[in-house]
Design a protein around this ligand. Structure first.
Ligand SMILES: NC(=O)c1ccc[n+]([C@@H]2O[C@H](COP(=O)([O-])OP(=O)(O)OC[C@H]3O[C@@H](n4cnc5c(N)ncnc54)[C@H](OP(=O)(O)O)[C@@H]3O)[C@@H](O)[C@H]2O)c1
Length: 474
């Protein structure tokens, strides 16, 4: 138990959370990855350059022998996780041969192997799927699911044959709680966000877009989401007990996430209604437009997961861990993850919005984004704010806002009120997207005040939190 621990896949979504947790326990952690220098290297973990698809994990003989002498447990997370191919053969080297190679190391080291599989080894099975089940006549949606199924079956056989202690963990659909610019590559529901985000940015869509984008998916379907850090926490807690040897655990939340809630959060993240989930038959009566066809093509690999009919039981998990582990994800948590993702996309893609698009975005802010919150509190701690002011956006004209006891009660295109702000479209968008505070705008001269100076400054300070908490997504 006290020897070093090897983590494969430690640079991935779950691996990063797991490595941090393991390092915090004070154990010596060795992370194996294909990179010479793993990105976002977890503090305190050692790095070994290797490849699970190769015999001896691609290590020199001496390094392999030393590793086998030092480790007492292995967390095997490395996998090819995309759904690009329907052919299991394409996943064999990493997902199946990789498992055999890692098991061979566990055997040589006398180490306990913690294998991260997936709940979707159940394939297209409908109804309940238990932790004790594996083969149930299922078919597979893609080569990834199929390869994880074969890998799990093969590992069980080899572990039995060689007397290797094996524990299998099967997470469901993992969401990264706080995606950043390095991780915003798009996975699971983020693929839908990414596709819609890009479509909304395209100049053609901005001019001719047909409004709400329809995405095929059942409204009664439920998505078994779980957060990356909750998976890591459960892995750490379960693996700390010897009783987990020979067991399989579904790392799934008690309650899945309703598809209808996903639609709601999706639109909240964009700040307005941009998409809706519809039954496939809807497209027979009104065929998809160009934008909807683009979205369908880009998300085709993940769309079968919007129509799930499986329920994963978690008897073993509840038995050892109780209900506190793998909690059901809440709409607010999903919203925050989506929001981080969109922010990260904007930063990483270095999105350049040209001036005509900037002007269109400013108009959109006043005609679509703000009207949605008309009559509602801007944010909870602005309930005492009452004011009437105008904003003059260069080359666009005036917009006046009336705020009464924290509620937005009127927007019009007159120049009315006690004070106003003169601002360019670019600066305006930086402020309402939360990238620049109004104060920074005053200091660098990109925002000018007209009328009552003190009231204008106080109002801008008060609104700063609103821009931060309710950012506009361009
Ligand atoms: N994400 C999900 O929704 C989900 C759901 C259920 C189960 N799982 C399972 O959970 C595990 C972790 O998933 P994840 O989403 O965290 O994965 P991920 O973010 O896609 O990361 C994949 C990891 O595997 C490593 N890797 C890939 N090929 C490798 C090779 N040949 N040799 C060594 N390392 C290799 C990558 O490291 P380098 O590229 O740095 O080498 C990376 O660290 C996987 O086994 C996956 O099947 C994931």
């Amino acid at each position: 138990m006290n020897g070093a621990v090897l983590v494969t896949g430690g640079t991935g979504v779950v691996g990063r959370a797991l490595v941090s947790g393991l390092v915090a326990t004070g154990r010596r952690v060795i992370l194996l990855s294909r990179g010479m220098q793993p990105i976002r290297f977890a503090n305190g973990a050692e790095h070994l350059h290797g490849d699970v698809a190769k015999p001896a994990l691609g290590l020199e003989q001496t390094a392999y022998t030393q590793l086998a002498e030092q480790i007492t447990s292995i967390y095997h997370l490395a996998a090819r996780t995309d759904f690009k191919s329907s052919e299991v053969e394409e996943y064999v080297p990493i997902n199946i041969d990789g498992c055999r190679n890692v098991l061979a190391l566990a055997h040589r080291a006398g180490a306990h192997l913690h294998h991260v599989s997936t709940a979707f080894v159940c394939g297209t099975h409908a109804g309940r799927f238990g932790e004790h089940q594996l083969e149930c006549g299922q078919k597979f949606r893609n080569g990834y699911e199929h390869s994880k199924f074969v890998a799990e079956r093969e590992l069980r056989r080899l572990a039995d044959q060689n007397g290797v202690p094996l524990t299998v963990y099967r997470p469901s659909i993992i969401l990264e709680r706080k995606p950043d610019s390095a991780s915003a590559i798009g996975f699971g529901p983020f693929v839908f966000l990414d596709a819609v985000f890009r479509l909304l940015l395209s100049p053609a869509y901005r001019q001719h877009g047909s409004g709400v984008i329809r995405i095929a998916g059942s409204s009664i379907s439920q998505l078994p989401f779980i957060f990356d850090d909750d998976v890591a926490r459960a892995l750490l807690a379960i693996s700390a007990s010897d009783a987990c040897k020979g067991q399989t655990y579904h790392l799934v939340a008690k309650q899945p996430f309703a598809n209808t809630a996903l639609e709601d959060i999706f639109n909240r993240a964009f700040g307005r209604k941009v998409a809706c989930w519809v039954d496939q038959r809807e497209f027979e009566s009104r065929p998809p437009d160009k934008g909807e066809r683009i979205i369908a093509r880009k998300t085709a690999m993940y769309s079968p997961y919007l129509d799930l009919t499986v329920q994963f039981s978690r008897t073993n998990l509840d038995l050892v861990m109780g209900e506190d582990f793998c909690r059901s994800v809440t709409p607010d948590e999903v919203f925050r993850a989506f929001h981080y993702f969109l922010q990260a996309k904007k930063n990483s893609d270095n999105v350049v919005v040209h001036s005509t698009e900037q002007q269109a975005a400013v108009r959109e802010y006043f005609t679509s984004f703000l009207p949605v919150i008309m009559g509602k509190n801007l944010i909870d701690n602005l309930v005492s704010l009452s004011c009437n002011f105008w904003i003059t956006v260069e080359q666009l004209g005036h917009y006046s806002l009336v705020i009464d006891n924290g509620k937005l009660t009127d927007i019009n295109t007159n120049r009315q009120g006690a004070f106003g702000y003169r601002i360019g479209a670019e600066t305006f968008l930086q402020v309402v997207t939360g990238k620049m505070t109004p104060q920074q705008g005053f200091f660098n001269g990109s925002i000018e005040i007209e009328g009552k100076m003190l009231e204008a400054l106080q109002t801008a300070v008060a609104l700063e939190e609103f821009f931060r908490l309710k950012p506009f997504i361009v």
